[in-house]
Design a protein around this ligand. Structure first.
Ligand SMILES: Nc1ncnc2c1ncn2[C@@H]1O[C@H](COP(=O)(O)OP(=O)(O)OP(=O)(O)O)[C@@H](O)[C@H]1O
Ligand SMILES: [Mg+2]
Length: 303
């Protein structure tokens, strides 16, 4: 079954990509003089913790303050576009194949928010070669002075590809739920991230908590294990309640902060966006494309 026929069975029409939707931003006249976008990776370790839910809402809120780009880094089977009601016909897949340039991969989510979508069921996109990653990095170098913020909606797991992208970002936000398996995988992710980027100070958000005390308990457990075995801790930055408004928004293909801003999850996501935007404003952006190129460069040359 093709994706198109599967989607029609799921009654998922997707928003048709108008030509004006396809191209994303116009290049800025002063792009050369602007600093590169500050970058934030939203990661987890375990799948299904809420990375894409968080990315969609943070992206929407960030875009109210400046041009924002979301990269769907779950490149083989991403669904970040669904959270914005898009059905893009171009993605990282065509970019990596060399069929299109990065600008042609941009899709507009409306306002100052753009997205580069992932493939749908393209398994080899989960294990890109260094030259293919280099192609993505090169494209990002071309774009990153035209945005204020870039969000990497990470894939689950700790593959080299996932780790390279996270390690190239200015900030990393790890999303866990109260499930023991999610916490264990968040710990594993932090362990490998710190090995790759010892200087980074990742943040932790507890999603799907019952209340503040529940979230605090999860954060304290993470804190204890990380301190004991890694000698350092992530910074607990917030929590998001388990809220039926979230799946309702996912099914309506809209970020929570847009569709249900006054819901408990909507308020928590807005508060988290404010904190993270403040952090990004304070960061001295290294340039995601440039940093990724530096990480990938030697690998690409030696492969
Ligand atoms: N705060 C919440 N309250 C209730 N349900 C939630 C909440 N956060 C996430 N969910 C549910 O969890 C599902 C998975 O969320 P999401 O797709 O954001 O996870 P993910 O970490 O991006 O997954 P993947 O690893 O597959 O990319 C959502 O479709 C939603 O139904
Ligand atoms: Mg996701």
């Amino acid at each position: 079954m093709t994706w198109e026929s599967a989607r029609s069975l799921l009654r998922f029409p997707g928003r048709a990509m108008a030509a004006s939707n396809r191209r994303g931003p116009r290049p800025l006249d002063d792009a050369d003089e602007r600093p590169p976008a500050a970058s934030l990776c939203i990661a987890s370790g375990k799948g299904g913790t809420g990375k894409s839910v968080v990315s969609a809402s943070l992206g929407r809120r960030f875009s109210e303050a400046g041009r924002t780009l979301i990269l769907d880094a779950d490149m083989g089977i991403g669904n970040a576009h669904i959270m914005h009601g898009l059905s893009p016909d171009r993605s990282f897949v065509e970019l990596v194949r060399g069929e299109i340039g990065i600008r042609e991969a941009l899709a507009s989510c409306g306002g100052d928010l753009d997205l580069i979508a992932a493939g749908s069921g393209v398994s080899r996109m989960a294990g890109l070669t260094p030259p293919e990653m280099g192609l993505i990095a090169k494209g990002l170098v071309e774009l990153e002075h035209e945005y204020d913020q870039v969000i990497v909606d990470s894939a689950a797991g700790i593959s080299d590809q996932t780790l390279h992208l996270a390690a190239a970002c200015d900030e990393v936000l790890v999303v866990t739920t109260p499930d023991l398996t999610a916490m264990t995988d968040a710990y594993a992710f932090l362990k490998v991230l710190w090995r790759a980027r010892p200087d980074i100070a990742p943040r932790l958000v507890v999603n799907r908590a019952d209340d503040m005390e529940h979230a605090r308990g999860v954060a304290q457990r993470m804190d204890g294990v990380c301190r004991k075995f890694l000698g350092r801790t992530p910074r607990w930055t917030g929590w998001i309640p388990d809220d039926r408004a979230v799946p309702e928004c996912v099914n309506a293909r809209s970020p929570v902060v847009s569709r249900h801003p006054e819901s408990p999850a909507g308020r928590a996501l807005s508060a988290l966006a404010d904190v993270m935007l403040g952090e990004l404003r304070r960061a001295r952006p290294g340039g995601l494309g440039r940093t990724l190129s530096r990480h990938i460069g030697p690998l690409a040359a030696s492969s």
